[in-house]
Design a protein around this ligand. Structure first.
Ligand SMILES: Nc1ncnc2c1ncn2[C@@H]1O[C@H](COP(=O)(O)OP(=O)(O)OP(=O)(O)O)[C@@H](O)[C@H]1O
Ligand SMILES: [Mg+2]
Length: 383
């Protein structure tokens, strides 16, 4: 079956579109990536999404408009792929997160992804599954990370302990014990590790007056020196110390957080370059802290994916926290496209919901009380 995965993450850099051929049943799937494209939001819409996700209040009328505009952008993305591939049978659309509140003290979380699935289904003529996170949240879960079960069945190694680390706006990972081990699936864990590229992107934007949106390859940060006292101070904060399951977003690691970091940096008279190096270090150090504090397994391989895996300096800093016996690579090196992995995951989640009708979450990862069917199904109008 030809399935399309649509994903726009917390970086709001682009809608990632992955066309995959899925064969097999239930969890025993073969995946072939046939096409992957980036479809960009118009700049004004992108700015609005970033502002809203950073807490700018909107009226209901404005939310409705934003919801429709995002859906139409997703439809455009599908149309681009449909010009070359007319046989798409199913769409899994993550939508655009504009708000995420993790559960706290027994109170359910809340998460909101815009980009109406019924509009995508009707305008493309293709059954569409969206709204994947809410069923997990309603079952007491974090609603994130949702890719762990996919990581488990596509990326586990028979003998190696692997961590699949996504470096999007936020960092998240799945720990995969060797598949040969007894009770393998129940021992998988994962959670959000903290900022991925989000603080780096915000800082670059601030330091260049909006001219640049990210630190290409980490070239800028690579010229600086991280301040390790600041790293120690920041890692003492609640999120990093919180026991998993846990998830986060722009609500915590957004503009206000960056301004606090900038103020902290002033007490050390950090240069702009050292500031960027220190923010990059926070991503690497928070990953290492998270694994070492809460995982307590030996790790043979860390496989990076997401946009941050292109940041060479970040990759070097990640490596520095591990002995040479722990290999740091990208998922490309084990046959999984690192740029489109998240979009591929939502194609598979749609397949599991619509075709296999099996749960997509791993309760031990998200903290949900049960494994649940994830996503709302929207069938197109009869043509
Ligand atoms: N060549 C590069 N050098 C440095 N950073 C890069 C490079 N390419 C991409 N990035 C970073 O990756 C980010 C986008 O990554 P990605 O699309 O994986 O994140 P996302 O949209 O937040 O997704 P998700 O929330 O699903 O993880 C960009 O905002 C940028 O910071
Ligand atoms: Mg992205």
């Amino acid at each position: 079956m030809y399935c399309l995965g649509l994903m726009s993450g917390t970086s709001v850099d682009s809608i990632d579109v992955a066309l995959v051929k899925i064969t097999g049943e239930n969890v025993n799937l073969e995946i072939e990536l046939l096409s992957g494209i980036n479809h960009y939001y118009p700049e004004k819409l992108r700015q609005t999404i970033l502002e809203v996700a950073d807490g700018q209040p909107l009226s209901i009328e404005e939310i409705a408009k934003l919801d429709e505009e995002i859906a139409l952008c997703f439809v455009e993305a599908v149309r681009r792929i449909k010009q070359e591939h007319s046989t798409i049978a199913l769409i899994g659309s993550h939508g655009q997160t504009i708000y995420h509140r993790p559960p706290l003290n027994g109170k359910l979380g809340y998460t909101l992804q815009l980009g109406r699935g019924e509009i995508i289904a009707n305008l493309t003529g293709i059954p569409t599954v969206n709204n994947f996170r809410v069923a997990d949240i309603a079952a007491g879960g974090q609603g994130a990370p949702l890719v762990s079960k996919i990581d488990a069945y596509l990326l586990s190694h028979p003998k190696h302990h692997r961590c699949i680390q996504n470096l999007g706006g936020i960092g998240n990972f799945t720990y995969l014990p060797p598949k040969e081990q007894e009770n393998w699936e129940n021992r998988i864990v994962g959670w959000d590790t903290g900022p991925g590229n989000m603080l780096i992107d915000l800082a670059v934007k601030q330091l260049t007056n909006g001219e640049r949106t990210y630190d290409n390859n980490g070239d800028w940060a690579a010229q600086g020196k991280p301040n390790l006292s600041l790293i120690e101070q920041w890692l003492a904060q609640d999120f990093f110390q919180q026991t998993p399951p846990k998830s986060t977003g722009r609500e915590l690691f957004g503009e206000a957080y960056l301004q606090q970091c900038w103020q902290d940096a002033q007490t050390y008279n950090l240069s702009e370059t050292d500031f960027l190096a220190t923010l990059t270090e926070l991503t690497a150090a928070s990953m290492a802290h998270s694994y070492q504090q809460f995982l307590k397994y030996p790790i043979d391989e860390i496989l990076l994916c997401g946009g941050g895996s292109h940041n060479f300096y970040l990759k070097e800093r990640i490596k520095s926290y591990w002995p040479s016996t722990t290999k740091v690579k990208t998922t490309d090196e084990v046959g999984m496209n690192s740029d489109f992995k998240e979009a591929i995951a939502f194609a598979i989640l749609a397949y599991w919901r619509y075709v296999s009708q099996i749960p997509g979450n791993l309760p031990q990862v998200t903290g949900a009380k049960e494994a649940r069917l994830l996503g709302d199904i929207h069938l197109p109008l009869d043509s």
